[in-house]
Design a protein around this ligand. Structure first.
Ligand code: SAH
Length: 341
């Protein structure tokens, strides 16, 4: 059973060893409660419950603190039990999805709830973190495009140091940690420092941002494969030829800066000039915007619309399926018919 209560100004007693109870203490303090703490059962005296509305026992053992439990019964004070914080520091890499809280997984929400420190990125859902991670210190390590190198090393250092100090650290990243997220490097940094590390996958923008614009990355009879490419560096001509030769959907992340090179490369590699292309900016935000054109027209269209990062580029026939694009949703049936699906 879950209850919601306003604890502002209410007295709460937290019972448990200091290290084990620290997150619980921080969470109740953040909720505005006035705290009293007791760290050992033999230090408990019933007067500690005077004026308290709630006692929280932090113990691995369900039957721990019997005298306190008995006194709660006698004084009509609510008793809650919580598991202690795991001993020693650890790191959880959490995929936060494309920026909206709606797409945080249950696992991500749980990791945030249990965090002592959250290091979060610019593209992760971070607006409501003080509620999602009530016991945590929040650290903005948001990187601006083009300033990666030093920041990444600093982030890894911060993460490892916070865990070495005994904290439960959540590294909250945009999308999925292992899709161009440098998650692998962060796992390696933890492993090198002997810090236990786990990963909670997230909803990647590579699939969800096209979806936000009504574009399915695959569609029966239209595209049976999709390739996700980083546009951070220009591709080689061999890569352009491979991409053009695949015949499926191409999804490009971090591709705004290298858009002209990519489009020129795909045209040289023989991709049709009338191939539909969409740029979806700021997916899931109030200012989400989709610009639709063709391979031949997208550089001019993107320039005219002044498209900016963060944005996802989608190249392929599936773009025609987007509701609201010029061809419209009605094209879906025509297209499927044309290809005999
Ligand atoms: N790990 C992330 C990707 C990190 S690379 C993931 O799985 O989604 C950062 C790039 O992701 C941005 O440059 C942009 O191309 C894309 N991106 C992430 N969130 C986005 C959003 N809400 N709207 C548009 N593009 C987004």
């Amino acid at each position: 059973m879950q209850l919601t209560a306003d604890l502002t100004g209410r007295h709460v007693l937290v019972a448990g060893a200091r290290d084990e109870a620290r997150r619980v203490v921080r969470r109740y303090r953040a909720a505005g409660a006035v705290l009293r703490t007791v760290s050992r059962p033999d230090h408990f005296t019933p007067d500690l419950l005077n004026g308290a509305v709630l006692a929280v026992v932090v113990s691995a053992d369900d039957g721990g603190w019997p005298a306190l439990a008995q006194a709660c019964g006698a004084h009509g004070v609510l008793l809650a039990r919580e598991a202690p914080a795991a001993p020693g520091g650890r790191v959880t890499l959490v995929g936060g999805g494309p920026g909206t809280e709606d797409l945080l997984t249950v696992g991500a929400q749980q990791a945030l709830r249990e965090a002592d420190v959250v290091l979060f990125d610019r593209l992760a859902p971070h607006r409501n973190l003080s509620t999602l991670a009530p016991g945590a210190e929040l650290v903005d390590v948001g990187k601006q495009p083009g300033h990666h190198q030093v920041a990444q090393r600093d982030i890894e250092r911060l993460m490892v140091e916070a865990a070495q100090a005994g904290n439960n650290v959540v590294r909250l990243k945009g999308g999925d940690p292992f899709v161009f997220g440098r998650g692998g490097e962060e796992v390696a940094a933890c492993a090198a420092a002997g810090i236990p590390v786990s990963v909670v996958p997230g909803v990647t923008s590579a699939v969800s941002v096209p979806a936000a614009a009504g574009i399915p990355v695959t569609h029966r009879g239209v595209s049976h494969l999709f390739t996700v490419v980083s546009g951070h560096q220009p591709l080689s001509d061999a890569e352009h030829v491979h991409l053009a030769g695949l015949g499926g959907t191409v999804v490009v992340l971090m591709g705004i800066g290298t858009l002209p090179q990519l489009i020129a490369g795909l045209r040289r590699a023989g991709m049709r000039p009338d191939m539909p292309v969409a740029v979806v900016e700021r997916g899931y935000s109030d200012s989400q915007r989709t610009t639709v054109s063709t391979l031949a027209g997208i550089v001019t269209a993107a320039g005219a619309a002044r498209v900016k990062s963060p944005a996802i580029l989608v190249i392929g026939e599936v773009v025609r399926l987007a509701a609201g694009c010029e061809a419209g949703a009605g094209r879906l049936a025509d297209l499927a018919e044309a290809v005999g699906a």
